[in-house]
Design a protein around this ligand. Structure first.
Ligand code: HEC
Length: 194
């Protein structure tokens, strides 16, 4: 009996492995920037569920919640700065109204704003799309983080665990959009305004 169970467990494991392999999302392209809208939509349809599951694996609060927030673009898009990944940003209720104005001057995001940005890594070698980190920005009360404009930068790895980095790693780039309260916004062609 024990033997049978072990064999069954092993078989299930093998099946799960095969299924995962069969489910790899194809991305048949030399350069992520060459993906057209239809190709991106197809990749997202394939990867979207497993992506949300991956981020939420270890109970991260933002990972569990962000899919119920406001999506800020019509589809993921490549911008370049986040490692040539496909990116799609979600804004929580506190952030959404101001964020979706995509304003360029004098922006102050309200305290409690959270932006969560999904990322999809395109392997041009394997011709596959894989889940990349979930990048997060959380706005604190005025004066709570003077070095970073009161923003806290964080990220969740595809295994659900927090990613480690210095705040300056993210902020030194985001500070380029200081007049927009550090928000860089999605590329214009995919923006959804309110
Ligand atoms: C080299 C520049 C650069 C670095 C470094 C960088 N970002 Fe970004 N970030 C951008 C750009 C550009 C965008 C907008 C791109 C898009 O969404 O299409 C963006 C967008 C975001 C957004 C969506 C909100 C917004 O700005 O519109 C979040 C959240 C975010 N980044 C988090 C992070 C975190 C966390 C780190 C550090 C681990 C980080 N970023 C590092 C350039 C950078």
């Amino acid at each position: 009996m024990k033997h049978y169970l072990a064999a069954a467990t092993l078989a299930l494991g093998v099946m799960a492995g095969q299924q995962a392999a069969a489910q790899a999302c194809a991305a048949n392209v030399e350069d992520p920037f060459d993906l057209d809208e239809a190709a991106i939509t197809e990749i997202y349809a394939c990867i979207s569920d497993r992506m949300a599951e991956a981020y939420a694996k270890e109970g991260d609060e933002v990972a569990a919640a962000y899919r119920n927030w406001t999506v800020t673009a019509t589809r993921p898009a490549v911008q370049g700065a986040h490692g040539s990944r496909l990116l799609l940003t979600f804004a929580n209720d506190i952030a959404a109204e101001q964020y979706l104005k995509f304003a360029e001057e004098g922006v102050t995001m309200p305290a409690g704003s959270v932006l969560a940005k999904e990322s999809i890594t395109i392997s041009t070698k394997k011709k596959e799309a894989a889940v990349g980190p979930l990048f997060i920005m959380t706005k604190g009360e005025a004066g709570s983080a003077p070095d970073t404009g009161d923003w806290v930068y964080s990220a969740v790895q595809p295994n659900g665990k927090p990613m480690k980095f210095k705040q300056s790693f993210c902020h030194d780039c985001h500070v380029a959009w200081e007049a927009q309260d550090m928000m860089a916004y999605p590329v214009e062609e995919v923006r959804l305004s309110n």
